[in-house]
Design a binder for this molecule. Sequence first.
Ligand SMILES: *Cc1c(COP(=O)(O)O)cnc(C)c1O
Length: 421
Amino acid sequence: MTEIKGFTSRIVHHDRLQGFADGPVHAPIYNSVPFAYATTAELVAVFQGRASGHAYARQSTPTTDSLQSLISAAEHGIGTLVFATGMAAISGTLLALMQRGDHLIASRFLFGNTHSLLATLANFGIEVTLVDATDCANVSAARQANTRLVFVETIANPGTQIASLDEIGQWCTQHKLLFIVDNTITSPYLFNPKNVQAGLIVNSLSKYFGGHGTVLGGAITDTGQYDWTDYPNIFPAYRQGDAHKWGLTQIKKKALRDMGGTLSSDGAYQLAVGAETIALRMDRACANATALAILLERNDKVEAVYYPGLASHPQHAKAQRWFRSFGAILSFDLKAPYDCAALLDDMALVINATHLGDNRTLALPMASTIFFEMGADKRAALGIGDRMIRCSVGIEDTEDLISCFAEALARLSPKVDANSQ
Ligand SMILES: *Cc1c(COP(=O)(O)O)cnc(C)c1O
C-alpha cells in the first residue's frame, strides 16, 4: 500500500489504524482505572515490563496510549508520554532526570511558569543558569562539570526570541548533554525539534495541539537521538534492555507513576480530536499573524513589532530556514503616550485573556499582568516594555481582524495624563 506521508493525512487516519475492536475511527474513551488479567502470571509480566499492557490508569490507558502514538508520529519520535498539563510534563521530566548538585542551562526567555519552576528546583539544590540562548556561545560558556541538560523554547513569548536551535543541538551532541526543546509555540506542524538534534521534546497540548481552549494536556517525546547510556542519573532498574527506552521509562515511573500528573482518557480523546485540524488552524493563524504584523509595523502609533515573519526580526532568516511558518504569537509596543487598555478595550474581536493557541484572538498588556509580579527592573532586563501587548492570533477571517486593529488604532487618541490637567 502507498505510504501515508502528509502531516494531516497521518493524524486523521491515526486512530483507525490502531486496531481497536469494532473498527472505530476515534480511539474509544477507556474510563476504567484497573485492568484485569486472566492469570496472575500475565499481571506479573505486565508489572515487570516483560509484556505490554495496562496496570493502573495513573500510568496509561489504551486511550492515552493512542494519543501518545499520535504525538510520536507527528514529532517523528520513538515514544511519548502524556500528562495532565504542559507544566506536569516539564516538572515531572526535570524532577525525574535531575538530582541535587546537578546543573542545567536554560534560555532566559522562557514561559513564565517554567521560569518559576526552575527557581523552585534551585531551592532543592539543582543549579540553574539562565542565558540568552539566541547565541550558542552563551550556552557553551555556561557549561560546568555537573551540567546535565539544556532547555530552550523554539519561539519565546512574548518577545518572540528564537533560540539558536541547530548550533545548540550540535553542541549538546558533541558534549553528550541532553537537549530538551519546548515546541509548544511552533507545534509539530511548524517544526520538529528532532531536526536540530533535540533528545526530548515538550509540547503543551493545551495550546495549538488541542487548539480550542477546552482541555489541558502536556507531552514529552523522545526523538531517539540521545544516547541514554551517557546520562548519569538513570537508575539501575531502568538501565536494562534497549537503551533508547531508558529515559522515557524513568520519566514514566518517576513522574507519571510517582508524581501522578496524569491525563484522563476523556482529555486524551478531546486532544486527539483537536489535533486533526492543527495544520488547517495553524496555516490560517500564521497568515493572520503575518497580515497583522505588516499592518502594525506600518502604523505610526506603534513603536515596535516582534514577529519572526518580519524581515526586521533579528532571527528572521533562521525562522525561515527552520519553521514551516512564523507562528501566531505577535507582540508590539505602542508609542508613548498611547495606552494599551484604551486600544484593547476598543477591539470587538480581541478577547482580554491570558491563554494562547486558541482559535480566537486573545491579547493582553504584558507589564501590568503576567510580568507585573517581577517588578520594573527584571521586566526591563527581559525586554518587556510598559506599553507591550501580546497577541495570540486566532483563525478569524483575515479581513475582520485587519479592520478591527486598523480601525481601533485610528480611533486611539493620546492618553491625557491626569496630573497635567
Ligand atoms: C502554556 C505553555 C506551557 C505550559 O503548558 P500548560 O498546558 O498550560 O501547563 C509550557 N510551555 C510553553 C511554551 C507554553 O506556552
